[in-house]
Design a protein around this ligand. Structure first.
Ligand code: GLN
Length: 322
C-alpha cells in the first residue's frame, strides 16, 4: 500500500455517497493487486447491504449509515490483504447455485463444474445411481449432482468436521439432505466402512493436487484456504493415487472414476490409472478454457485387484501440480 493510498483511506469521509465510497474502495483494492477491484468493491458492498449490484447503481448518490460504512471499511481492507472475496461475502456461485463458504472449505472453482457436467451426462439414464464425492468440502459437487439427479444416492466424504458442517448446511439450503449421506473420514475409508463394495456407479473427486513446492506460488488468496484441500504432496497426486488404488473395488462393472487434475498431471495419471488402478482406458475432458481438467476411467471387471508393483516414488517423479 503506497502513501497516497494510506492518505486516501484516512481521508474518505464518513457519510460519503455510495458512488464516492466505491471509487475509494476500488483504488484501495487495486493497490492490493486485486484483479477485479471495481467488481469486488461492488460485490462487497452489495453483500453487506443484502442487495445486488444493480441496486447500488440505483442508489449511487445515497449516503451510507456510519455503522455500515465502518463495516465496509473493514471488509475492503481484508480484501485488500487478499482474503478471498467468497470468505468475506460468505457465498460462492457454483453450478448456478449459491453455496455458503467459510475458511474451513476450498472456494468452489468454475473449472470443477466440468466434473458435474460430465457426471450428469454419464449417469442421467441410470435409475438410482450410487455416487461417492470424495473430499466434498463445501458440498458443491455433491449438492449440484443431487439437484441434477434426483434419484441418485450420494455419499459425500470429508476429513474435516467443520467442512462437513458447511456441506450439510448447503445440502439443507437446496433440500437435498435426504439424498446425501455425509461421512467423516479420510478419502474412501468411510465408504469401505459402509460396505459399498462393487456398488458405486461413480466416484468423483476434486482432491488436493498442488505439489507442495508449488504452494508458495499460488495466488495470495489461496493462502487463506485450507491447506489440506490444496496440498497434494510432493507431486500433487498423493490423494489421487490413494483413490485410484482402491476405487475399482467400490465400482460396479461399467462404473466411473472421475478426478479433477492439473493439465500437467495427465500422463502421470494415465499411468497410475493403468498400473495401480487397473483402468486401461481413460478419457480426458477439458474445462471451458480448453485446459485438460478431468480424467475419467471406466471400471471393466468387478473386484479388480490393483497391481502394487510400482513404487509411489517411481510414479511421482517430476510432476508439477499447480
Ligand atoms: N484449482 C485449484 C488451484 O490451483 C486447486 C484445487 C485443488 O487442489 N483441488 O488453485
Amino acid at each position: 500500500m503506497g502513501p497516497l493510498i494510506t492518505e486516501k483511506v484516512a481521508l474518505i469521509p464518513e457519510g460519503s455517497s455510495i458512488g464516492q465510497t466505491l471509487v475509494w474502495a476500488t483504488a484501495l483494492l487495486k493497490s492490493g493487486g486485486v484483479d477485479t477491484p471495481r467488481l469486488d468493491a461492488e460485490c462487497l458492498l452489495a453483500s453487506l447491504l443484502r442487495s445486488n449490484r444493480l441496486h447500488l447503481y440505483a442508489a449511487i448518490e445515497e449516503r451510507l449509515p456510519p455503522a455500515v460504512f465502518e463495516t465496509y471499511r473493514t471488509l475492503v481492507s481484508r480484501r485488500q490483504a487478499r482474503v478471498p472475496l467468497a470468505y468475506l461475502t460468505g457465498t460462492k456461485e457454483f453450478w448456478s447455485l449459491s453455496f455458503r463458504v467459510t475458511p474451513a472449505v476450498l472456494v468452489p472453482r468454475p473449472e470443477t463444474e466440468v466434473l458435474v457436467e460430465t457426471a450428469v451426462a454419464r449417469l442421467k439414464r441410470l435409475t438410482a445411481p450410487v455416487i461417492v464425492d470424495v473430499g466434498t468440502g463445501s458440498g458443491a459437487i455433491a449438492v449440484a449432482l443431487a439437484k441434477m439427479l434426483p434419484s441418485a444416492r450420494i455419499y459425500a466424504t470429508e476429513i474435516s468436521r467443520e467442512a462437513l458442517d458447511v456441506a450439510r448446511e448447503n445440502a439443507g439450503v437446496y433440500g437435498v439432505t435426504g439424498q446425501i449421506a455425509f461421512l467423516q473420514g479420510d478419502l474412501l475409508e468411510p465408504v469401505f466402512a459402509r460396505g459399498l463394495i462393487g456398488q458405486c456407479d461413480l466416484i468423483v473427486s476434486n482432491p488436493p493436487y498442488v505439489a507442495t513446492t508449488d504452494l508458495a506460488v499460488l495466488p495470495p488468496e489461496a493462502h487463506y484456504e485450507p491447506l489440506e484441500a490444496l496440498d497434494g504432496g510432493p507431486d500433487g497426486l498423493r490423494c489421487h493415487q490413494q483413490i485410484i488404488t482402491v476405487a475399482s473395488a467400490l465400482l460396479r462393472p461399467g462404473g466411473w472414476l472421475a478426478l479433477e487434475m492439473a493439465p500437467e498431471q495427465e500422463s502421470l495419471l494415465i499411468r497410475l490409472l493403468r498400473d495401480r488402478g487397473g483402468f486401461p482406458d481413460v478419457e480426458v475432458v477439458p474445462d471451458l478454457g480448453g485446459r485438460k481438467r478431468m480424467i475419467m476411467a471406466c471400471s471393466a471387471e468387478p473386484g479388480f485387484k490393483p497391481c502394487r508393483g510400482s513404487s509411489p516414488e517411481q510414479d511421482s517423479v517430476g510432476m508439477n501440480g499447480v
